[in-house]
Design a protein around this ligand. Structure first.
Ligand SMILES: [Zn+2]
Ligand SMILES: [Zn+2]
Length: 162
């Protein structure tokens, strides 16, 4: 047994071996509590900052775009969608050769139309929801959102069939 003095409150306690940070249990608890409170404060500040608000919409949009585009390239890779560089498909808007799979709704990543580059840019941005909490803007939160939506749809389908 060794006697260790808590570096924070100065209480002496008997230990089998020295503790990692030299804090007694209650000081360690208080320390972690303070650490997490500080992190929450910082996150709140970040989310409320003007810069964050200004960039929020484009952050969320690019996360959704990235998600949808990667789903389409995965589909092309496993032949669930034709590869537009190899197969001639006409643009649904103007009839010229399509080069892009165009989204109207990023929550339906495989609901795409073949478009030429200029019609794609004419169509503008696809719909994306951004009503989830502003601190969640990662791919993870989007996947969770889509999974929840899919589960809801499956539930509704089951209800309709019954
Ligand atoms: Zn202590
Ligand atoms: Zn076109």
């Amino acid at each position: 047994m060794i006697n260790e003095t808590c570096v924070s409150c100065g209480k002496v306690r008997a230990l089998k071996r020295a503790s990692l940070y030299g804090w007694c249990r209650s000081c360690a608890k208080a320390g972690w509590r303070e650490y997490y409170a500080q992190r929450r404060r910082k996150e709140k500040q970040r989310v409320q900052s003007e810069r964050f608000k200004k960039n929020l919409r484009s952050h969320i949009r690019s996360a959704w775009t990235y998600h949808a585009v990667s789903q389409v390239s995965a589909a092309v890779r496993d032949n669930r969608l034709p590869r537009l560089s190899e197969v001639y498909i006409a643009c649904v808007d103007c009839g010229k050769r399509a080069t892009d799979w165009e989204h109207r709704d990023y929550t339906k990543p495989l609901d795409v139309a073949p478009c030429c580059r200029s019609c794609n840019s004419k169509r503008g941005n696809a719909y994306f929801p951004w009503h989830y909490p502003v601190t969640e803007r990662s791919m993870k939160s989007i996947r969770r959102h889509l999974d929840a939506q899919r589960r809801e749809e499956m539930k509704n389908n089951a209800r309709n069939q019954a």
